[in-house]
Write a protein of this length. Structure first.
Length: 409
């Protein structure tokens, strides 16, 4: 019988060619995981776990208690509790846990789409597919796969920066007040919601840049199909959450995108460079730790330079560091008033499905930010253009439009 990975590789190659058949040598559960990923958690248990030779390392690694004992003495992943942080995969040395794959239904939907199809790439994308792959060449590669176009989510990080800066101005009025950023990281937000729920009043109800991008595309093009690509497995779970499931149809990781290119024999580095620039430095820096804090701080200063209370930020990356930062907040052992948490060390560039190391990713992100034509969202004319297309005449209307707001349920 084929392993999960062997089945995945076989079906991916056929899928690219429009062939939906499969070999008789398959595990029905594995096949269901690949054809219907929405029925399963972002982390898949491809072999049963009974007597664990690694002292339940997977269960001990999960801060969300998503790995449970069943009545018949087996360890299983609870899809209602799993956020896709992938700590359990790193902890398990048996190979029984793997990341979920959404490639097959995503590419089938792209082929069958009747409206425009947009690939939305996370700000951490630069250099992930080799140094020779520029943003313009990547855009051409996606068009070769059938996408109408590629959209940089960094542009929508620009727009969220404006929203977060306005919310900071509206809610933080004293030295005791503070804001927990709600942009970017689903692991950070899940940690606050599920473990430290008493801190939720300090979390503004802003969607992530991924959700903002998907929602805005669908408001402008109601029949659009939206696919997100990034280094984060947890984004798969985020896109399925009830209050924001209207935004993104499929989430793929950078590794899955690389697999698609290889199966389709597409070499982005050899393609034409369709260069376009839409995001400011602020939005591009969202991909690494400290980027959100820097963007919001500069935006607050630009919006209200006369304000007496300024952004004093503190950042943490990785679950342990985030939990330690929350402890300092609860115990009053910090002078910061803006807290940025990232579930992965290094931020999104350190995501489990990034192809580059976190250090290489950060270097690329910083370089990409430094070469941006615009420094902040207010300087970026594309921000104004998107807002006008959405019928928003002022940046203040961002706070009143539910397009960028979520209800944590």
């Amino acid at each position: 019988m084929k392993t999960f990975d062997e089945l995945y590789r076989e079906l991916l190659k056929k899928n690219i060619n429009g062939d939906e058949s499969f070999s008789e040598e398959y595990n029905p559960y594995h096949l269901d995981c690949l054809l219907h990923p929405g029925r399963h958690a972002a982390v898949l248990q491809v072999e049963e776990c009974e007597q664990c030779a690694y002292d339940r390392a997977c269960q001990n690694s999960c801060v969300f208690d998503a790995i449970e004992w069943t009545d018949d003495g087996k360890l299983e992943i609870n899809p209602e509790l799993c956020v896709g942080c992938e700590a359990c995969i790193e902890a398990c040395q048996s190979g029984r846990l793997v990341a979920g794959k959404d490639v097959l239904p995503a590419m089938k939907a792209v082929r069958e789409a009747r409206g425009p199809v947009y690939m939305m790439v996370a700000p951490a994308f630069l250099g992930q597919f080799s140094e020779a792959v520029t943003p313009g060449k990547l855009r051409t590669a996606f068009k070769a796969l059938g996408f109408t176009g590629m959209v940089e989510v960094a542009l929508f990080a620009d727009i969220l920066t404006l929203k977060e800066a306005l919310e900071f101005e509206e809610h933080v009025h004293s030295q005791e007040d503070y804001q927990l950023t709600s942009c970017c990281c689903p692991v950070w937000i899940a940690m606050i919601r599920k473990i430290y729920s008493e801190l939720m009043p300090h979390v503004p109800g802003a969607v992530s840049p991924m959700i903002a991008c998907g929602r805005m595309i669908k408001r402008i093009h109601p029949d659009a199909l939206t696919v997100f690509a990034g280094p984060c497995l947890a984004k798969k779970q985020e896109a399925r959450e009830a209050d924001i499931a209207d935004a993104v149809d499929y989430v793929l990781t950078f590794q899955e995108i690389k697999d698609i290119f290889e199966a389709a024999d597409i070499r982005p580095e050899d393609l034409k460079d369709a260069e376009k620039e839409h995001a400011s430095k602020a939005g591009r820096l969202y991909a690494r730790t400290g980027g959100v804090s820097q963007a919001v701080s500069e935006m607050v200063e630009q919006l209200r330079p006369e304000r007496s209370i300024h952004v004093r930020s503190e950042q943490a990356d990785g679950p342990k560091a985030c939990m330690e930062m929350i402890t300092r907040i609860k115990e009053g052992r910090t002078d910061a008033n803006f807290f940025e948490g990232m579930g992965c060390v290094g931020g999104c560039v350190g995501g489990p499905k990034a192809i580059l190391s976190a250090d290489e990713g950060r270097e690329n992100v910083d370089a990409y930010g430094d070469c941006a034509k615009y420094r902040t969202p207010l300087e970026n004319p594309y921000v104004r253009r998107v807002l006008e297309e959405l019928g928003l005449n002022t940046v203040e209307e961002l706070l009143r439009d539910d397009l960028l707001t979520r209800n944590f349920i």
